[in-house]
Write a protein that binds this ligand. Sequence first.
Ligand code: NDP
Ligand code: BG6
Length: 521
Amino acid sequence: MTDNRSVAALPGDVNPLRHGRRISRSPDPCTMVIFGGSGDLARRKLIPALYSLSRRRLIPGGFTVLALARSALTDDGYREVLRQWADGSAEGGRADPETWQPFADGLHYLSANYNDPGVYPQIREALARFDRMRGAGGNRIFYLATAPSDYAGIIRNLGNSGLARECVDGAGWVRIIVEKPIGRDLDSARRHNEEVNAVFSEDQVYRIDHYLGKETVQNLMVFRFANGIFEPLWNRQYVDNVQITAAEDIGVGTRGGYYEEAGALRDMIQNHMLQLLTLMALEPPPDFAPNSVRDEKAKVLRSIRPFSPAEARANSVRAQYGPGFVGGRPIPGYLDEKGVSPSSRTETFAAVRFVVDNWRWAGVPFYLRTGKNLSKRVTEIAITFRCTPHLIFAEAGAERADANVLALRIQPDEGITLKFNAKLPGQAMSVRPVNMDFRYGTTFGPHLASAYERLLLDCMLGDPTLFDRADSVEAAWRIVMPILEGWAAGQGPLPTYASGSWGPAEADELLLKDRKRWRLI
Ligand code: NDP
Ligand code: BG6
């Protein structure tokens, strides 16, 4: 059953063609069961995204949420807490009564322990009630917004209770959304994939990497494959190096406990940053069908040269933030953060030099760096092209011309900049780099749909293109495992960097070995 209300077209919604046919952007009504519905992720990302979809009329009226957590709350109590969250959120926008009330009517809360198998019949009963009262049509999404260590138990309980099964008459679909991190190493990721695939078929599983939902990340494919002029340059003949930066100007905040188990390599590089690398490096897929794109991404992961532990140490840097200042505010060092062991060796900064061994990219280094409490928040992919083979203006006074750089700014200040050389006006033949700029804000207006809006809607629509496949998750772990092993074997002192800086000196040295520098952003 579909809701036939007219859908206002907004820039963030453009995607009328998928798989060569026109599809409706309004999904079937469904119920989303959020395990961990009172946690940080639900509060900051999921509920604001759902509210935004609802106020933009992109999800049907019968859409229902069943949030599950142990805290004692009633439906009304939960709605009130959510309203306050929505008001304080940058993502969904303030709750206004006209759009909030219909959304809030669909919010329900179950105070329960999800490790208790006795809870699942209660969930079943609630789902049946929503099917009757709100026309949810037997369609369900189970969202695991819980500690990753709890995924296996919940999945088993969903299987044993029969809730994972789709209706035999095809009247209702069942999907599960799994949050990153998927495992904390290759073995645990494999185990997780086996556990989830023992209960759900692969096409029911939606593994979220929210970077894939960002408009600017999706635009990478359009930029490359809807323009004729860039792709011919997109290879080892013209590209000197690629730098992918994901810098954050915040520390671990309240997530010290989680971060102690993760660190920058597991938290950012194994997933978000390798996604950016694959989209940057992949071959043109034959079409935009989910598996065409995912197959090409998997091939890139398979082409990344595997390190031995010793090579991993030579091609990577890790460090931890010490005290410092970010934006003029004094910041404590990582070891003084809540939930962090005073002798922790967890890295809050990681930089890696990868090589993609295929015909297109052989010999082109891909430098990735990420860190917490760095100088500013910026995520970008910078492609530095080879310099001109010969400069004809040298005798006329111009001694050098900078390499051209194409910078794809993922966030904030989303856009694309091309740096090229121009003649400085005047008598002399002086050459100076200048920028050509495209900014999302000025071209498309200020509102970009949040990554979670896009991904939640895609899951409701049954479109897995922007979700991760089990094989790619494992391939990404295969790439980072030697680095983790190399680091574990090296017991030297862990480098530190001042909060508010651009990371440790060792990161600069990593590039200096190749006679290169990190781009100044
Ligand atoms: P939180 O610790 O903030 O939330 C955990 C939730 O689970 C709470 O609602 C908690 O509520 C509930 N919970 C814990 N134990 C039980 C139990 N036995 N039975 C029922 N409910 C329980 O975690 P986050 O929201 O930060 O993270 C959730 C997942 O999302 C993690 O896998 C994380 O890695 C991932 N993630 C988070 C991001 C973020 O920005 N926060 C970003 C990307 C991924 P109560 O205590 O009331 O039971
Ligand atoms: C999450 C990481 O997956 O991504 C966080 O767990 C990190 O540590 C966040 O802060 C960054 O996301 P974004 O969208 O702010 O770049």
